[in-house]
Write a protein that binds this ligand. Structure first.
Ligand SMILES: Cc1ncc(COP(=O)(O)OP(=O)(O)O)c(N)n1
Ligand code: TZP
Ligand code: MG
Length: 215
């Protein structure tokens, strides 16, 4: 592992997930401003309507990865194992409908593996399959991802912690200003957000506002 569990816990505090189609302006500018605001982790999630594909996707991934590298922010690729390996990303995030986690772990070696889970069963399975952190959600209703599972709220995180899961956890889904505290108080180490930052005219200030709520 490239980070100790405690280091990872800290780095997951404000996890920005983004693709070009989530942004109101140039994704490189959005990421740069979000970093200036204080994000601690980044996931390149290039999917859905108008998402870049092939060489365009790789080109954007490399540009965003360079920005992260310059600023010491871990760069994670969503779903795309081939891309994560090709550009030597810091890790990959996969969900229940994605590649087999055991295969992914074999291919990525000691890179970070994040797995999305929705309940205790999936969480236990993800840990057995080598997850370094869990993305738990959806916490709240969201329009950013269309194919979401049932919204169960921060209670799911409480349940995982009550069952002695100490793995680093981020809550995801519909987390906007004013909703951070409930996710952290449920036991999450951090929150993962898309639109709360990417849909803002001023990503730097949006990040600062979110971090303020963590205090
Ligand atoms: C940090 C984090 N948690 C959960 C997800 C969702 O992953 P998944 O269920 O595979 O859905 P897609 O994002 O691939 O549409 C995530 N991306 N990041
Ligand atoms: C990727 C993902 N996984 C579960 S909900 C979600 C979308 C999060 O986007 P937003 O923060 O805008 O609700
Ligand atoms: Mg996925």
């Amino acid at each position: 592992m490239r980070y100790s569990e405690e280091e990872l816990r800290k780095k997951l505090q404000l996890y920005f997930v983004m693709g070009s189609n989530n942004c109101l302006k140039d994704p490189e500018i959005v990421l740069q401003e979000a970093i200036e605001g204080g994000i601690t982790f980044f996931q390149f999630r290039e999917k859905g309507t108008h998402a870049k594909k092939g060489s365009e996707k790789i080109k954007l991934a490399k540009k965003l990865q360079a920005i992260c590298k310059q600023n010491g922010i871990p760069f994670i690729v969503n779903d795309d194992l081939e891309l994560a390996l090709e550009i030597d990303a810091d890790g990959i995030h996969i969900g229940q409908e994605d590649e087999d986690p055991l295969k992914v772990r074999k291919m990525i070696g000691d890179k970070l593996l994040g797995i999305s889970v929705h309940n205790l069963n999936e969480a236990n399975q993800a840990l057995a399959q080598g997850a370094n952190y869990l993305g738990v959600g959806p916490m709240y209703e969201t329009t950013t991802k269309k194919d979401i599972r049932e919204v169960k709220g921060p209670e799911v995180i409480v349940e995982l912690r009550e069952n002695n899961l100490t793995v680093p956890i981020v809550g995801i889904g519909g987390i906007q200003k004013g909703l951070i505290k409930s996710v952290i108080e449920a036991g999450a180490d951090g929150v993962a957000v898309i639109s709360a930052i990417s849909n803002s005219e001023n990503p730097r200030e949006a990040v600062k506002d979110l971090l303020e709520e963590m205090k």
